[in-house]
Ligand binder design. Sequence first.
Ligand code: SER
Length: 320
Amino acid sequence: MRKILITGALGQIGSELAEEMRKIYGSDNVVASSRRIKEGHEKLIESGPFEVINVNDPETLASVVDKHKINTIVNLAAILSAVGEKEPQQCWNINMNGLYNILEIAKEKNCMVYTPSSIAAFGPATPKDNTPQDTIQRPTTMYGVTKVAGELLCDYYYKRFGVDTRGVRFPGLISYKTLPGGGTTDYAVHIYYEALRNKKYSSFIQKGTYMDMMYMPDALRAIINLIEAAPDRLKHRNAFNVSAMSFEPEMLAESIRKFMPEFKLDYDVDPIRQEIADSWPNSLDDSYAREEWDWNPEYDLDSMTKDMLEKLRIKLNIQG
Ligand code: SER
């Protein structure tokens, strides 16, 4: 039976993954954890076991793994790209040293480790369109550096110590439950909130900047399906390209206008996040994920927009 520990469980992915995994595996079998308790997550904290864990504290990590007889660790504690450029040392410390602690504990206590990589693991020298699974990875952000190093570390722990490591390179993730915390792709979440609140949005990412994106239900399926995939089918240990859609701000605005014709988009570009976006691919080739564990996303831009606007309208209590 799976006994799962999720780190960073109150973040954008973790808060939804914990809820979904508790439905699938049973509440008692999914331990949610976070560096600190955050307001607004009472329901999740009370719906099953919860532990305060700092991934930089290996003793607490190990004792929680023992206490709950954990055999699967989903490591979602991380600093994202834009915050990582403001605090590169902190980004290295949480993303790299945290992952190292988790891999060491997984080695000792025989756990599977799922840890996400990102489109940020690529850089300006990477082929931009239909970016291959195995290609040049020379990122120019600290976040990207930790993602490439994390991929290599997972490969190493798999080959050298037999730790069952798995991961995907997530694109920008769009969701309505928990806001992302300081990424470059966050404009594609904020735009929906502002569309509903003010019928307009000022984008910090420039017109014409393509990036891969995915709706959260597909991202959750990617994690769960990869965790459940037969190990002998997996030739890539960390991490698989996955893709669902690629768009630039005007295309997103056009999709919103199909449901809210009065919506207006203008630009107030943030040079730091624009430079990060310009260093990333436009779209990834995810054929190995499709081949090795049957990856197949369900949402495209318009079906995502329809669902986002419906769900956010209820969440924000906006009529009409
Ligand atoms: N969404 C992330 C970011 O923008 C990319 O992995 O930082």
